[in-house]
Design a protein around this ligand. Sequence first.
Ligand code: FSO
Ligand code: SF4
Length: 552
Amino acid sequence: MFCYQCEQTQDGTGCNGLKGVCGKTSFVASLQDLLLNVTKKISTFTSMSRQLGTKNPEVDRFVLESLFSTVTNVNFDEVRFKEYLQKAESQLEKAEKDYREVCQSKGIQPKMPTFAKSFWKANPDLGSLIEEGKKFSILKRNRSKDLTGIEEMILYGIKGGAAYLEHAKVLGIEDEEAYSFMHDCLKKLTEELSLDELLKLAMDTGKWNFKVMELLDKANTQGYGDPVPTKVSISPVAGKCIVVSGHDLYDLELVLKQTENKNINVYTHGEMLPAHGYPKLKKYKHLVGNYGGAWQNQKKEFSAFPGSILMTTNCIVPPSDAYRHRVFTRSVVGFPGVQHILSDDLSPLINSALLNKGFLKDSPRKEILVGFGHKTVLGIADLIIDAVKSGAIKHFFLIGGCDGYELDRNYFTDFAKRVPKDCVILTLACGKYRFNKLDFGTIKHKGVEIPRLLDIGQCNDSYSAIKIAVALAEAFKTDVNGLPLSLILSWFEQKAVAVLLTLLSLGVKNIRIGPRLPAFLTPPVVKVLVDNFGIKPISSSPKKDLKELLKK
Ligand code: FSO
Ligand code: SF4
């Protein structure tokens, strides 16, 4: 196997051998390589059909799911990948048929891609599928490392956007343009584009992901209202319990509806924390609080959780025997030996919660604050603008992104702690768990207490952060780069790649990124990013970086 799609990749260069750092086996890696290869073929036909005016929602949805299933810490289950590959065979047949039919109806000679000559059939035997997947390892690619790295970066951006599109789809929002770009882009990734063409495609992918995040923002807010500032308890209360992790608000709502009046308390975990800010979710009295921290602490925290656990999306880590039987997965998530709930009937999860002890007593109540989406922050834009003009707020630091195991991620905590008292910290995604339980206090301006730590939400709520930054830039008659705003991104997996491409495509410069640069970016490509966008890795000294950024 070879995989370098996430930050924790082995030795900072790539996971190889029998298992990746995340626990993905070489067998699953091989099945994923094969699935991605077939998915690109499906999209190649679909892209050509769409250009001739025909579309197939079933194929679109399959491609979304297939991409999302290969994101880091999503699905570790060989059997599920075998099923995906079997579906992929029928979807490829459909995509080809659609293309031939639309050509025929328009009297056009179909331009069959070269791979169609040896049409792909999913071998029913798992071992043969794994063998076949080896042909599509990144290491077998006939391209330079620089170009392969950019192709992979684009693919990871598309995977991240596909994950967001999947969340929007679950809430009833789909978009033809978004699907078209996804297929076109995957087709282009098979065409051996030049460096310049790939860099352009990377920027287009970033722009696409901005629209995708906008769609998801629409889906979330139409479904559950605009997030409002909300105090969230981080202290367990006595009673039976379910913890819901991941990003999927729809699944959380299902849990809340199906546990009403059952004396089960529901907790959010990880990226589900911002859910407490949504009016139509916070109305449930038995949504009692947030449990635990970021994804990498699951083993310890879930072992100690006396109820059942629902993993709605990423990030699942290989569960230990202590709690595997209490974990349930949904949608694309999978782990061998963990029960997957396909239908919207969550009885297995609820029954498991009822069978477990639950918390026996209340813990002393502690709270954190969430719910600062673009509507809320821009609702007090005049106050914020005035606070900046008067010098009450000197600078904004967006400390966004994911968390991970590495100790050097403490950089972000140290950084946040050192941010001067007249500056505001904006947070996004699961990296905030390193410091969101600290008391940062408020900045008082015109009688209003503005919290110094404003949580904008999940990683996809980068959309909100961009809306806020653009609105402030307009008010100050400048662009985002002219604002007293610095972006410090902790990246981990492919959604962060999508968000980074979005920021770059919008012309945002001088982003600090850590704990280290992606392994898929070779030195010449890093140079292009540094020269064009001023991207800089974080140093080992938050103090030094902070001083530099405050000079802006
Ligand atoms: Fe974190 Fe995981 Fe949101 Fe990621 S929970 S690491 S970027 O999947 O998606 O922030
Ligand atoms: Fe390694 Fe990350 Fe790939 Fe897992 S997803 S195999 S940790 S690079």
